[in-house]
Design a protein around this ligand. Structure first.
Ligand code: NAD
Ligand code: WQD
Length: 368
């Protein structure tokens, strides 16, 4: 990885994946400007990033649908040359209840951002897409593990915002590149990385930085962690009648540190190869069932965790495992942390910070 120069604008940079990417950017030498409206995050994460890295990102509490806000940021920080765009609403169930809000924030916010980038001559965007764009890839023979060539087919409004944004970015980048070519302007080529994340997991090994959603979590590992600290009586396992080895659904859980690093290598790739728009899966290539996850997390906690099998959750699919070969070869990126690391780090974070960022970190975890 090259040493970072210049500033990176990170939207949604106080959220779970955003905050770990900000940390990785600062550690690599970039300056970072965050905008986030704190809808699903806490500003305390900025202090934790500084505690770990010794560097503090610049933070603005702003909304990504606010055109004037972007003008202010790009004008005040003319050294911003790259953007990483995380800010979004992300609850699949909620997206079926208030779809317009999802299209407004996710798609509308991206359009505001791209327009502002055009006004301020910023050409590189890395976008948080999702494995959810593939929908049920098992409908295609030979598409598990899932390569980027797998036809996309999201099955819910949240997923459709992601596939629409991929299309919006692709169309915009292609149009801008053609315009630049016609005008004979070199050095103004737009580029976009569409990073399709599989299931992010884990926390910082220090135990002072982790996922801290503002409402009730709905992902498997945060829910299991709540069972382990006694906030929940048991985990409901959504179906044990899938065509997997133990009947539960298969996902590709990727450590948050590996995922964060993926954004830095994508930035490097855009700068060095000027590829236009390119999609990459960020996953490990290894699938785990729900029962395997319960076993792995119970092992780090040191006791069995209660669960009950219930009906399948609407919209769930059998298998979302990445074929990460394109990222392995082109980005020279490979997930390095194990599932056991992710479980151990998550447990260190949850057991030491049951109130997340609403409490001070335990003194013994702070470096002397
Ligand atoms: P998160 O909710 O922790 O982070 C999103 C951040 O965006 C939050 O800090 C939130 O406050 C902010 N935000 C929301 N609406 C905003 C608005 N209108 N203006 C400014 N900020 C706003 O979620 P995350 O898990 O870190 O996800 C980050 C990105 O990755 C999202 O785009 C999400 O769709 C995508 N993604 C997440 C997962 C996952 O499982 N966590 C998987 C695939 C893709
Ligand atoms: C994992 C597995 C569940 C909770 C979601 C979004 C996806 C992406 C990542 C943003 C599944 C099972 C879960 C529980 C369970 N986000 N499970 N009991 O559904 O793979 O992906 O988050 O882009 O878009 O859909 O993740 O953590 O919810 O579920 O049995 O209480 O755990 O059925 O098999 P999912 P998850």
């Amino acid at each position: 990885m090259t040493v970072g120069t210049g500033s990176v604008l990170v939207t949604g940079g106080t959220g779970y994946i955003g905050s770990f990417t900000v940390l990785a950017l600062l550690e690599a030498g970039y300056k970072v400007v965050i905008i986030d409206n704190l809808y699903n995050s806490s500003v305390e994460v900025i202090n934790r990033i500084e505690l770990i890295s010794g560097k503090r990102p610049i933070f603005y509490e702003l909304d990504v649908t606010d055109d004037a806000a972007f003008d202010k940021i790009f004008s005040e920080h003319p050294d911003i040359t790259n953007v990483i765009h995380f800010a979004a609403l992300k609850a699949v169930g909620e997206s079926t209840e208030i779809p317009l809000e999802y299209y407004r924030v996710n798609v509308g916010g991206t359009i505001s951002l791209l327009r502002a980038m055009s006004r301020h001559n910023v050409y590189n965007i890395v976008f948080s897409s999702s494995a959810t764009v593939y929908g049920d890839a098992t409908r295609f023979p030979n598409m598990i593990p899932i390569p980027e060539e797998c036809p996309i087919g999201p099955t819910n409004p949240y997923g459709r915002t992601k596939s629409m944004i991929e299309a919006v970015i692709t169309d915009h980048v292609e149009a801008q590149r053609k315009n630049a070519q016609k005008a004979g302007k070199s050095g103004e080529e737009w580029n976009g990385a569409l990073l399709r994340y599989f299931n992010p997991a884990g926390s910082h090994p220090s135990g002072i930085m982790g996922e801290d959603p503002q409402g009730v979590p709905f992902n498997l590992l945060p829910l299991l962690a709540q069972v382990a600290i006694g906030k929940r009586e048991k985990l409901f396992v959504f179906g044990d009648d899938y065509a997997s080895k133990d009947g539960t659904a298969i996902r590709d859980y990727i450590h948050i540190l590996d995922l964060a690093r993926g954004h830095l290598v994508a930035l490097d790739y855009l700068r060095e190869h000027q590829p236009g728009v390119r999609a990459w899966n960020l996953g490990t290539g290894r699938g785990s069932t729900v029962f395997e996850m319960i076993k792995a997390f119970s092992a780090v906690v040191g006791r069995d965790l209660a669960y009950e099998v219930v009906d399948r959750r609407a919209g769930d699919v059998l298998d979302l495992t990445a074929n990460p070969r394109r990222a392995n070869h082109e980005l020279k990126w490979k997930a390095e942390h194990t599932l056991e690391d992710a479980c151990a780090d998550l447990w260190r974070w949850t057991s030491n910070n049951p109130q997340g960022y609403r409490q001070s970190p335990p003194q013994e975890l702070l470096a002397p």
